[in-house]
Design a binder for this molecule. Structure first.
Ligand code: NAD
Length: 324
């Protein structure tokens, strides 16, 4: 039986990955600074640890009389554009510590395979219609935010340790990921969850606010597709960073329309200024699709699975407030 360590297992993608590896017959230890918020973890073992501390990285990586076959590093201090732009010092400081200490300790204890969750935030801003950027086009670098700079640095740290210690390092640059059991309120939620929440909270016929003018181009990847991609990449021999996301490019206005359509409500949208982030995204998927991976869910199908979950959370939160 393979043994896997998932760092960030108390978070959105981490817990979906726990479930996927458990279905595949792995023994899984999850580690996070906080417990899973929405459902009990399915990991065989779950340790509450702050991975900024190197001693805690060692505890996370120690298995009595045994060793991990695979380590998945998804722990990060992160959130939507509002959080990333407001908390840039925390993002740089906390994520650099987690990534440096985790990869250093993993290499020291001779982990054979190490996965690092990077982001397409490592790329520069793009204009609509530009040709797709390949992984090597991230250099010379000009990420739009500090979160992206740290990811780029952490990629290089992971690759250097891989070379020095003979550790197989796999790196995925995730595009925006969404789905049930993701953060949906409190500033750390991403655009799909924020729009679902606003629509779920709104009365039929009401107006909601959306940041920006709606023209920014994005790719949103449903969490089941992303987790399939992580596993395909981890088992592959693809070295270096790999873009991982759907091929469906949409505008933010398309996203809002899709959510409203799924809700069945009549909602008007008022565009307001806000931290929108980059104008456009278009990344080559040649490397990940060479493994036979393809996103299965369209945005509409993914939102149809996500909106009802967020709507239920909104209703539950209202009931909780009524009972205080
Ligand atoms: P998430 O916030 O739900 O999960 C990250 C987890 O890391 C959280 O549970 C958090 O508590 C944990 N964490 C933070 N600081 C920690 C610490 N000091 N010690 C231990 N755990 C700590 O985010 P997610 O969406 O599941 O993202 C997972 C990974 O994927 C992150 O590395 C993120 O940067 C990357 N990523 C996500 C997206 C996306 O759209 N969700 C896009 C690009 C990259």
């Amino acid at each position: 039986m393979k043994k896997a360590l998932i760092c960030g297992a108390g978070g959105f993608i981490g817990e979906h990955l726990v479930k996927k590896l458990k279905r595949e017959g792995y023994w899984v230890r999850g580690v996070d600074i906080k417990a899973q918020e929405f459902a009990p973890t399915q990991a065989n073992e779950f340790l509450l640890l702050d991975l900024r501390n190197p001693e805690n990285c060692r505890i996370a990586l120690t298995l009595q009389g045994d060793a991990f076959d695979e380590v998945y590093q998804l722990a990060a201090d992160m959130g939507g554009m509002g959080f990333i732009s407001r908390a840039e010092c925390e993002v740089l400081h906390n994520n650099a510590l987690i990534n440096i200490h985790m990869v250093h300790t993993a290499a020291e204890v001779r982990v054979p395979r190490y996965f690092f969750s990077s982001s397409v935030c490592v790329y520069r801003d793009m204009q609509p219609g530009e040709a797709a950027l390949r992984e090597n086009d991230a250099i010379p670098a000009n990420p739009d935010n500090e979160y992206g700079w740290e990811k780029l640095y952490a990629e290089r740290v992971a690759m250097a340790y891989g070379r020095r210690y003979g550790m197989q390092v796999r790196i995925a640059r995730f595009e925006n990921c969404y789905g049930p059991e993701g953060t949906w309120r409190g500033e750390r939620e991403k655009a799909p969850a924020a729009i679902c929440r606003k629509v779920a909270e709104a009365e039929d016929g009401a107006t909601i606010e959306a940041w920006g003018d709606g023209t920014a181009i994005r790719v949103f990847t449903y969490v089941d597709d992303l987790v399939e991609g992580i596993c395909a990449l981890m088992q592959s021999d693809l070295e270096g960073p790999v873009n991982l996301g759907s091929d469906e490019q949409v505008t933010v206005a398309d996203l809002v329309r899709t959510v409203i359509g799924v809700s069945g409500k009549k909602i008007d949208v008022q565009c307001v200024p806000g931290p929108v982030g980059v104008q456009s995204r278009n990344f080559s998927k040649a490397r990940i699709t060479s493994l036979g991976w393809r996103a299965k869910y369209s945005l509409k199908e993914g939102i149809a699975r996500t909106y009802p979950w967020i709507e239920a959370q909104v209703k539950q939160a209202r009931v909780a407030v009524t009972h205080i």
